[in-house]
Write a protein that binds this ligand. Structure first.
Ligand SMILES: *Cc1c(COP(=O)(O)O)cnc(C)c1O
Length: 368
């Protein structure tokens, strides 16, 4: 049996007529940039999230950058972000002109350990980025309280957390704004780069929209210098075709995770992903902690099973941040996780037998 890490083609086959007709409509109308497909998707996603404003952007890294820029974060400012994340959640801080300040990982939930956040706050700190890694929400009550107490902006990186919930509230609605990526492999994925900002703040929404469209809300009336970061018509139409399925795809991911849990429980050499209480974890990734991780991955690969590591190097230890001079002992949990984490295949179209096969092989590996 072959178990790919993801299968975007299986998803396409399941909704081919809807996607094909969406693409054909955009081409027929030459509505490549701007136009009603973008507006339609923004309205539909706003309704789905229960938020006032959605601003389509070029990708989910720009969205973080645009949010920070428009919150007035810049030179000399510090922004707190997880050590264990994708580089967008620190790169965008530098891009805005500010300095990333990393916080060590939480051993059970992988994103930042909220109990360490306050120790990183200085008089230059302006914001905290809560990255809902793997589809698991951060401890939002605590992060919100810390941000309120210290007068910091709370920004949510929801790139891996479409429709995740904390206390019944959807990701992206806890702070100043939420940033989403629609990279093809994300839970809601376009057929190219795409992203969006969600916010209930009218002023911030208008500023972000202006900034991402060359500083102009009306053509040729550039109020400020901005950037070009637009959601294009083709991506918007594809996302509109997919959005009605996101609820059932998410339910499928949660089912796959439950199936894995059932089959993998009791293997002493691995730790299954914990789900934070009061939350809905949408399992963009199913990440276990495994003894002899690299050998296990190699063994599974030999059995036709693709796995991955998210992420092989914590951000502070990347060459890009060597100028900060961080040591492993600065981020002991992230450093340890780096050697143990393994992402198993998970996607809505995955068959039960595939999960059984992966689990059986993990058991076989540790039996020998
Ligand atoms: C995917 C991702 C992003 C943004 O991705 P883009 O490729 O720029 O759309 C940001 N943060 C995290 C945690 C991500 O996984």
């Amino acid at each position: 049996m072959k178990v790919p890490f993801a299968d975007l083609n299986a998803q396409y086959r399941s909704i081919k007529p809807e996607i094909d007709s969406a693409i054909a409509s955009v081409i027929a109308e030459s509505a490549f940039i701007g136009g009603h497909f973008v507006k339609d998707f923004e309205d539909q996603f706003a309704k789905a999230c229960g938020v006032k404003h959605v601003i389509g952007c070029g990708n989910g890294t720009d969205t973080l950058y645009v949010i920070m820029k428009m919150l007035g974060i810049g030179s000399g400012d510090e922004v707190i972000t997880p050590a264990n994340s994708w580089i967008s959640s620190s790169e965008s801080i530098t891009q805005a002109g500010a300095n990333p300040v990393f916080v060590d990982a939480d051993a059970d939930y992988f994103s930042l350990d909220e109990s360490l956040v306050e120790s990183k706050i200085t008089n230059r700190t302006k914001a905290v980025i809560a990255v809902h890694l793997h589809g698991q929400m951060c401890e939002m009550d605590k992060l919100k309280a810390i941000c309120e107490k210290h007068g910091l902006f709370l920004i949510e990186d929801c790139a891996q957390a479409h429709f995740s919930e904390y206390g019944g509230i959807i990701a992206g609605l806890f702070g100043a704004a939420g940033s989403f990526s629609f990279y093809p492999g994300k839970n809601l994925g376009a057929y190219g780069d795409a992203g969006c900002i969600i916010t209930n703040d009218d002023k911030l929404a208008e500023r972000c929209r202006m900034y991402a469209r060359h500083g102009a809300l009306i053509k040729h009336q550039h109020i400020i210098e901005g950037v070009n970061s637009r959601l294009d018509g083709l991506q918007a139409a594809i996302l509109s075709a997919k959005l009605p399925h996101l609820g059932s795809w998410t339910a499928k991911r949660i089912e796959c995770a439950a199936h894995y849990n059932e089959r993998l429980v009791g293997i002493g050499c691995i730790v299954l992903p914990a789900v934070r209480s009061k939350t809905k974890h949408t399992f963009h990734l199913y990440v276990i902690r495994a003894e002899r991780r690299d050998d296990l991955a190699k063994f599974l690969q030999g059995q036709g099973i693709e796995t991955s590591v998210h992420y092989p190097t914590p951000l502070p230890f990347l060459p890009a941040y060597s100028y900060m001079g961080h040591k492993r002992s600065d981020f002991p949990v992230a450093a340890k996780l780096q050697e143990e984490i393994l992402s198993l295949p998970i996607y809505p179209e995955m068959q039960g037998e595939m999960i059984d096969y992966v689990a059986e092989n993990i058991k076989n590996f540790y039996r020998n």
